[in-house]
Design a protein around this ligand. Structure first.
Ligand code: ADP
Ligand code: MG
Length: 320
């Protein structure tokens, strides 16, 4: 059995890159960071609990990836440049067959994004993973939820609904052809945080949020910061390949109320339309205009003929 410190040394301690914002990493009482001059630190935490956010026995490589990805998605939604992260881990045992692939999944994404693990905490307990990511952005360029304006267009990156579809198939609530399930499961287990898009949208988007609990719910959070209403064009919603194989009702339900998409939903002024498309190209991220912000309240989903599509807000809430 590995001791706590052997475990940290073997799986989580790596040599720091010299000259970057991380002046001191894992191994001391605190990490020391030097944020870029004139920028603010952007900090966000997300926790994954066994039995709540993932099935018992879930693939540890995927868990390492996802635990970091969901956190990076929050930095992306603020337009922040990721710098580093901490990892708090509760483990039932110090099992190398779990720790090795977990750390590989974690560091694969960390290396892809050029960020360092700078510290954390390790304890025995029911499996739980809590990551805090740290990034930087200037106060004027941060994509705060409160920046929306009446008349802004609403956009979403990538596609919606496939992750939730995969989850419902794994829960035996729906069926799906094996090749489509493989694609949709990739979205559920290894989400790709839209960091590059978030950076490309600085100075262009007026506000942004990441879609983790379903588009309607998360868009609702964005609207809560203003006294605006959103009109969404159902025909323009970008569905995933797997969702495209489902009935119209299922497509709307999962794209609007799904969850685990980790796409960005953002607003931008009408005269920034082409700039948003260019930002999508620069960051190699598909972007789709899905609606408009108007005076009023609530979210209205309609088809191109203007017929209202009933879509109840079923955003996931852990306490409801
Ligand atoms: P303390 O007793 O001061 O809380 P610990 O003994 O818990 O310190 O941790 C020793 C060092 O290892 C610290 O630098 C801490 O940040 C780091 N560390 C602990 N757990 C992890 C982990 N899961 N991943 C990365 N670093 C960790
Ligand atoms: Mg500690």
């Amino acid at each position: 059995m590995l001791s706590e410190f052997q475990l940290i040394d073997r799986y989580f301690k790596r040599s720091s890159r010299a000259g970057g914002p991380v002046q001191l990493g894992v191994g001391d009482d605190c990490a020391l960071l030097q944020p870029p001059s004139g920028e603010l630190l952007a900090v966000s935490t997300d926790m994954l609990i066994e039995g709540r956010h993932f099935f018992a026995g879930a693939n540890p490589y995927d868990l390492g990836h996802k635990a970091l990805a969901v956190n990076l998605s929050d930095l992306a939604a603020m337009g922040a440049q990721p710098i580093s992260f901490t990892l708090a881990l509760a483990l039932p045992t110090s099992d190398p067959h779990w720790l090795q692939p977990f750390s590989e999944g974690l560091f694969y994404l960390a290396d892809a994004e050029g960020i360092e693990l700078i510290g954390g905490d390790t304890t025995r307990g029911p499996l739980a993973i809590s990551i805090t990511v740290i990034g930087s952005v200037s106060n004027t360029q941060a994509l705060k939820r409160s920046g929306t304006h009446e008349g802004d267009e609403l956009w979403v990156s990538g596609t919606l609904g496939d992750a939730r579809l995969a989850l419902e198939v794994l829960q035996n609530k729906r069926t799906l052809a094996p090749d489509l399930l493989a694609k949709a499961s990739e979205r559920l287990h290894r989400p790709h945080p839209r960091v590059a898009l978030g950076l490309a949208l600085r100075g262009i988007a007026s506000a942004a949020i990441d879609v983790s609990d379903g588009l309607l719910g998360d868009l609702g959070h964005l609207l809560n910061q203003s006294s605006l209403s959103a009109t969404l064009f159902a025909d323009d919603l970008p569905f995933g390949d797997a969702l495209a194989s489902q009935t119209t009702d299922t497509r709307y339900a999962l794209a609007l109320n799904g969850g685990d998409d980790y796409e960005l939903c953002f607003s931008a002024a009408l005269d920034q339309h082409q700039a948003v498309i260019d930002a999508g190209h620069r960051s190699q991220t598909p972007v789709t205009c899905i609606g408009r912000l108007t005076k009023g309240s609530g979210i209205h989903v309609q088809d191109h003929q203007g017929n209202l599509i009933s879509a109840v807000n079923q955003s996931f809430d852990h306490f409801n």
